[in-house]
Ligand binder design. Sequence first.
Ligand code: ARG
Length: 566
Amino acid sequence: MTQYAGKIVREEVATILKNAGLNPAEIKAGLGTPPSPELGDYSFNCFLLSKKSPEAAAEDLVKKLNPQKYVKKIQTTGPYINFTVDKEKFTGLVLKEIFTLESSYGNRELGAGKTVVVDFSSPNIAKPFGVGHLRSTVIGNSICKLYESLGYTCIGINHLGDWGTQFGKLIVAYQKWGKEKQLKAKPVQHLYDLYVKFHTEAEKDKSLEEEARDWFRSLEDGEQEATRLWHWFRDISLKEFQRIYDILNIHFDSYAGESFYNSMLPETITKLKTAGLAQESQGALIVDLERFGMSPCLLRKTDGSTLYATRDIAAAMYRFDTYGFDKMIYVVGADQKLYFRQIFKVLELLGCPWADTLVHTPFGLVRFGTGKMSTRKGNVIFLEEVFQKAVDLTEKIIEEKNPDLEDKREIATQVGIGAIVFNDLSTKRIKDVDFSWDRMLNFNGETGPYVQYTYARFSSVLRKYGRQVDDKVNLNLLNSDMETEIVRLLSRFPETVKHAADEYEPSVVTTYLLDLCEASNRFYNHFRVLSEDLETSKTRVLLVWCIRTVLGKGLRLLGMETPERM
Ligand code: ARG
């Protein structure tokens, strides 16, 4: 089992308290961090020992506490006992650990033998890949990487929206107004135009809706022409989505979308009926959830067609049988909150013992100054154009800052796409994201380019140093407050990763990286890393090496690239 510096020292503090006769629960409840580093590195709150006279309890207890290997000073401040760690020893412990573990620093075996399924991205066939799906894609990808680094096996599933009444509409629209040539040239654009046209026409001509329902029924019955068209639409859409995944460098273990579960639906409905859950209501089939304060979960419409929810219920059971997951995470927008509560409840009522391992991780909208974009009205943004623009703008900035850089386009791609990814992740998941080019491409702001730039800067320092980095250094030379702060941050990386995974919150990592960049740039602007004094250089280079390693690891956990030059 890997031990981390922060944990080793914390455990030492706990042992010191235990040796004085405190029990583990008391220790856990009382241990904290002092409000300012001058007071110490850990604190113990004696209010828990005596509400009446915590000061006296502190005075009493401190007499029984003895320093050990890392804790060198123990003092009281009012009702608190503060523990100060030997800086040099702690620095040595942290840097050595990073130096030894390299890019596996922060990894753990907590999830060994356990599987997490992550349902993410999941765009809808024949509709543009929107900014909301982009957000699900980057959050889901980062959650997978976080869990993998904790030792879990992660299965990424793209639950494609490839089934539903909209395919009836598309078939009608394609037959009436579709152009094969256009469909081949710009598939999603054309299918989307057809979808929009269907809705405007259907407002004038009500019979179109009826026609669409008939076609969808033919599709559900597996009739040849309907199936052929559906396959075709699906293939060309998927190819286009694939281009987006390639740009983002994201992979899925499965593309089993909604249609995949069709053959399992009759059995699912039978199960729901046998369990006494499904009931007819005005010709439709529903699960009544009133006693749980929720509207009914709709399983089958009056016209006999099955629904999104039925397919999700079947999918959850199939996935449990297939992967035996310990947890399944759905990365889907906050507008489906009630929906997921409904299907989780239905699965619980069905008696699935794993229903309590299902998690919906909602996220907020992406705003472009105006409100949410809808696929129906036509004011939609095509993602590849957004990517293109990010890369173009970044290339211009690089052109100004560093005109001699080789492979400008490639680096602009890494940074431009990274800027979008970081922007999506650095806002707390549940909050709405503002999409502003100026803000997210600012190389000095709280942005992806800023973190990548810091990474590239330290990479360049190491290139200039040109020698083998060594961990046998004079740690006494790293004792400024700036350096101590960096070491403290570096030591917190493992717990940061764990915290981010526990909360399904990549923004914990982005905040951490911004803090580390800020502390590191302050150090870099203040000290000369490569100086005439070889011993000093050697020592500072080790610190730089560790910073670069952790920044790189953090960027990769977010699904971003690590350019060596910018
Ligand atoms: N395709 C759906 C949408 O765009 C998202 C699917 C999410 N995953 C799921 N298992 N329901 O809204």
